[in-house]
Design a protein. Structure first.
Ligand code: FES
Ligand SMILES: [Fe+2]
Length: 321
């Protein structure tokens, strides 16, 4: 199929491969991202690892019958065992282990209820890390997973597209409050909205909302939502991970900053979660069917697209496939 975008479908950086809860102790799970299988396993003590799928011996796929044995992964075919660094540490019946008997493990982090791997086209090590987000004062994670026919750069471009919020998301008014600030792999922008409160259980109230949005690479967006007139603060996270050249998994997580009352916190958090889910999917038919305009014709009503696209270039080391 013809490539829709003038850049690779697989940017470099940290990308979510699942919610932490997807990986139970002792489980071996196959995930498919970046056009390849990853075999993810959690040891009985809780360490999470992601490895290339095929055994260096005779090529068995470890996701089909591979087993966690204590802290190791055992191949189903001839029983070779690998440690968490990917080194073969046991071969049944053999007295010597060939030094090249290794499985390539992906750099992996587990943070804020998510599991991430670091993808780099040239196999280079990470030069920055997954951010640590505060948890204590926030409600429990409410999670959702979608698969959409587009790529991470297009999804994240929403954050600078202040002009689509009124027509597509039915916001009353929207503008850029603070122009983008870039710092290496992070990109921050703030938008100001006037939004009808009906969607979060405050009908008839015109809410004064500030969205403070930060990207950490192209796989990790954090939106801090301040509803200033009522003093409520929510946090929406968006994790995009390319499956293949056409499709991307989007994981969403919503939290509400805790209110004095626990029941009120959960009730309001649920409303914000429902609003997020309802609102986010408005973009899907656009993303799935749009054409990527490399040189769009922009007007003064548009947000800062070009600074965003320029910032994105650092995540591609290969030309479009
Ligand atoms: S193919 Fe894995 S042990 Fe032989
Ligand atoms: Fe949108």
């Amino acid at each position: 199929m013809e490539n829709r975008f003038p850049f690779s479908a697989y940017p470099n950086g940290w990308f979510a491969i699942g919610f932490s809860s997807d990986f139970k102790p002792g489980a071996v799970v196959t995930k498919h991202y970046f056009g390849q299988d990853l075999v993810v396993y959690r040891t009985l003590e809780g360490a999470l690892h992601a490895t290339e799928p095929h055994c260096p011996h005779l090529g068995a796929h470890l996701g089909f019958g591979g087993k966690v044995v204590d802290e190791r992964l055992r191949c189903p075919f001839h029983g070779w065992c690998f440690d968490g660094a990917g080194q073969c540490v046991e071969i049944p019946g053999a007295t010597r282990i060939p030094p090249k008997a290794t499985l390539r493990h992906w750099p992996l982090r587990e943070q804020n209820g998510m599991a991430f791997v670091h993808h780099h086209d040239g196999g280079e090590a990470p030069t920055w890390d997954v951010p640590v987000l505060p948890e204590v004062e926030w409600s429990v994670d409410r999670q959702v997973l979608w698969t959409v026919r587009t790529c991470p750069q297009e999804i994240n471009e929403n954050i600078v597209d202040s002009g689509h919020l009124v027509p597509l998301h039915r916001i009353a008014e929207a503008s850029v409050l603070r122009q983008p600030v870039e710092d290496g792999p992070t990109f921050n922008v703030a938008l100001q909205l006037l939004a009808d409160g009906g969607i979060v259980g405050m009908p008839g109230l015109m809410n004064d909302v500030v969205l403070d949005v930060t990207l950490h690479g192209l796989g990790h967006m954090v939106v801090q939502t301040d509803v200033r007139n009522v003093g409520v603060r929510a946090r929406q996270r968006v994790y995009c991970t390319p499956i293949d050249g056409e499709r991307t998994d989007i994981r969403g997580v919503v939290n509400l900053q805790r209110l004095p009352d626990d029941a009120a916190t959960e009730q309001a958090a649920e409303l914000f979660y429902q609003a997020y889910v309802t609102d986010f999917i408005q973009d899907f038919p656009i993303w799935e069917n749009k054409k990527y305009r490399d040189k769009p014709i922009l007007s003064s009503a548009d947000g800062p697209f070009m600074p965003y696209r320029k910032w994105c270039r650092q995540f591609y080391s290969l030309p479009a496939q």
